[in-house]
Ligand binder design. Structure first.
Ligand code: CTP
Ligand code: CA
Length: 231
């Protein structure tokens, strides 16, 4: 990242970042989950701390070491992630939802380990949709004037491009900025690099070329700082 001119441009700000992927338990030993590594969220937390922010990092099932100088809250389920994020929104000047919450959870969680059927049959899973944390905190700003950033990993399909899907998602969520990853090329999970388009409701999409997750993190904070300055 070029120059040290705005090195402390987040001083005096409280930011909250979510990272990792949630788990939804079926019983004490089994869960539905996803492969989010938490690397991008941790890079965002580290970059914000380096720029002087007070940082709360809500980490869902991330095995990386806690970044220095960052308050880390470890959670497992989407309900716990939601509680921890909502608890931070009253003081946070910016919230960046880099976490991948599971879209669904089992309708019932068994207190005891579910036993395999003797007759060779398989159960079906009844699921319920999880609350949409990003949409909730975007619609209801606990701290007026706070900036809310979401992530979207999209492949597009035969009818709709990645950018069209992302534009619809930005409107649906109501967040200020969306970090869009085109994942149609395949493997992104656990990669140390990232490439994205930063999308807001009014400006041109900003392409951030393939580079370190730290570089993308700083590009996101640059946009957040710009919003603070024009607010
Ligand atoms: N998100 C959230 N709560 C959820 C699901 C997603 O806060 N229950 C947030 C993610 O952290 C991310 C953004 O919403 O910042 C977009 O997540 P994504 O999975 O792309 O959105 P969905 O609305 O779940 O849409 P999709 O059908 O594409 O999965
Ligand atoms: Ca989803």
């Amino acid at each position: 990242r070029a120059g040290a001119a705005n090195l402390l441009d987040l001083a005096g700000r409280h930011v909250l970042v979510s990272a990792g992927g949630t788990r939804e338990y079926l019983d004490p030993v089994r869960f539905l989950g996803n492969r989010s590594s938490g690397l991008q969220g941790y890079a965002l937390a580290r970059a914000a701390a380096a720029r002087g922010a007070e940082v709360t990092l809500v980490a869902a099932n991330v095995t990386l070491p806690d970044p220095a100088g960052v308050k880390v809250v470890h959670v497992e389920t989407t309900a716990q992630l939601r509680d921890a994020v909502l608890a931070g929104t009253t003081t946070a000047d910016a919230v960046v939802m880099a976490a991948a919450p599971a879209d669904y959870r089992p309708s019932a969680v068994s207190d005891t380990k579910i036993k395999k059927a003797d007759d060779g049959s398989a159960p079906s899973l009844a699921l319920e949709q999880n609350p949409d944390i990003l949409a909730e905190i975007s619609r209801h700003r606990a701290r007026p004037g706070s900036v809310v950033v979401g992530f979207a990993a999209e492949t597009g399909d035969a009818e709709t491009s990645v950018l069209e899907m992302a534009t619809a998602k930005l409107a649906r969520k109501g967040c200020d900025l969306l970090v869009v990853n085109d994942v149609s090329g395949g493997q992104v999970f656990g990669s140390t690099e990232n490439e994205a388009v930063l999308l807001d409701a009014t400006g041109e999409p900003q392409h951030v070329p393939r580079g370190s997750k730290s570089a993308l993190a700083h590009a996101v904070w640059d946009r957040v700082v710009a919003r603070f300055e024009t607010a």
